[in-house]
Ligand binder design. Sequence first.
Ligand code: NAP
Ligand code: ZN
Length: 352
Amino acid sequence: MYNAKAYSAASATSQLAPATIPRRDPGEHDVQIEILYCGICHSDLHQVRNEWSGFMPTVYPIVPGHEIVGRITKVGSAVTKFKPGDLAGVGCMVDSDRTCPECKAGLEQYCPNMILTYNAPDKHLGGVTYGGYSESIVVDEHFVLRVPSNLYLAGAAPLLCAGITTYSPLRHWGVTKGKKVGVVGLGGLGHIGVKLAHALGAHVVAFTTSQSKVDDALRLDADEAVVSRDASQMQKHARSFDFILDTVAADHDINAYLRLLRRDGTITLVGAPPKPLDVAAFNLIMGRRSLSGSGIGGIAETQEMLDFCGAHNITADVEVIPIQKVNEAYERLARSDVKYRFCIDMASLRSE
Ligand code: NAP
Ligand code: ZN
C-alpha cells in the first residue's frame, strides 16, 4: 500500500479539499497509472452532493472522478495488454464478477457485482473505491483501456464516461445513415453525443435550453439546433425522430420529446435526474413509442468507441482547469455554464 494525493469531499455540503488516500500496490493483474487528466462528469457532482441518495447513497469522504487518462508506471507480472510508458484510460468501472451472463456478454456495466471507480466497496483495501481526482490509481488490466495516441489527451479523458455513455445507446438502437436522431441537452454527454451521431451518419438535431449554444451546436456537427423552450420550433419536428438521446441532468418535460418520435421511435434516458419524471401514457401508446435507459457501456465497447474516436479524431471540447479550481467548476457545472466539459490537469495536484 502507498499514499497518493487526492481531492475529497467530507460531506454533501463540503467543498472538495486536498487529502491523502491509500492505493494498493499493483497485484499480478494490475496496472498502476499516473493520472494526467480527469474529466468532471455531472455524476461526480450528483454524488458529491448525495443527490442520488435513494439509489446509491454517498459514502464520505468521497474522491470522485471516472474520466481518467494517464500513463502506466508499473504493471503486475501477469499483465499482457500493457507496459510501463503506455497511455491508458479508466472509466466508470474497475471490477465485476466476470462470470455472470452480463459479464459473459461483454456488458460488465450491468453485472450485479460491478464495482464503480469510486464510492463502491473496495475488496482490496476495505472501505470504498477512490476515483480519479488523484495523482495515481491501480486497476485490474481488464478494466483499463488503450487511448489512441493521435487524440488530444485532455479532450480524450471525457470519452471514458461521456463518450461511451452516448456511443453505446446510439449503437444499440441502430443509429446510422438515414436515421433522424435528436440529442437533448448540450452538456458534457450531449455535445459528444452530437459528434458521435454525426460520425455514424445520422441527421442530428440538438435540443438546448440555451440560446447561446445554438450556433455552437452546428459547429459541433449538429445538422439543426432547436431551442427547446420555443414550442413552435419543437412543433416543426413532431412525429419525425427515429431515436432521441436524453442527457438532461435535471427535472424536465419528457412528454415534449415523446411527441417528437415517429411510430416505433425510442427515447433513451442517459441523464439521471434525481427526481422521477412524469410520463403521459398516451404519448407512448400513440405511435407504439418506447422509453428506455442505458448505462455507460461494456469494456469491449468502450475500446471500440475509443478506436472509433481515434479514427474520426473525436474528442470533447474541454475547459482545462487546475484542481484548485474544482469547487468553482462544480458551481458552474450546476448552472450548465461550461463549454462543454471541465477537465482537470492533474499536474496541478502533483505540484501542490
Ligand atoms: P451536463 O454537462 O451538466 O449536461 C447536462 C445538460 O442538460 C446541460 O448542459 C443542459 O443543456 C441540460 N439541462 C440542464 N438542466 C436542465 C433543465 N432544468 N432542463 C432542461 N435541460 C437542462 O451533465 P453531463 O455530465 O452531460 O451529464 C448529464 C446527465 O447524465 C447527468 O445526470 C449524469 O449524472 C448522467 N450520466 C449518466 C450516465 C449513464 O451511464 N447513464 C453516465 C454519465 C452521466 P442545455 O444548456 O443545452 O439545455
Ligand atoms: Zn460520468
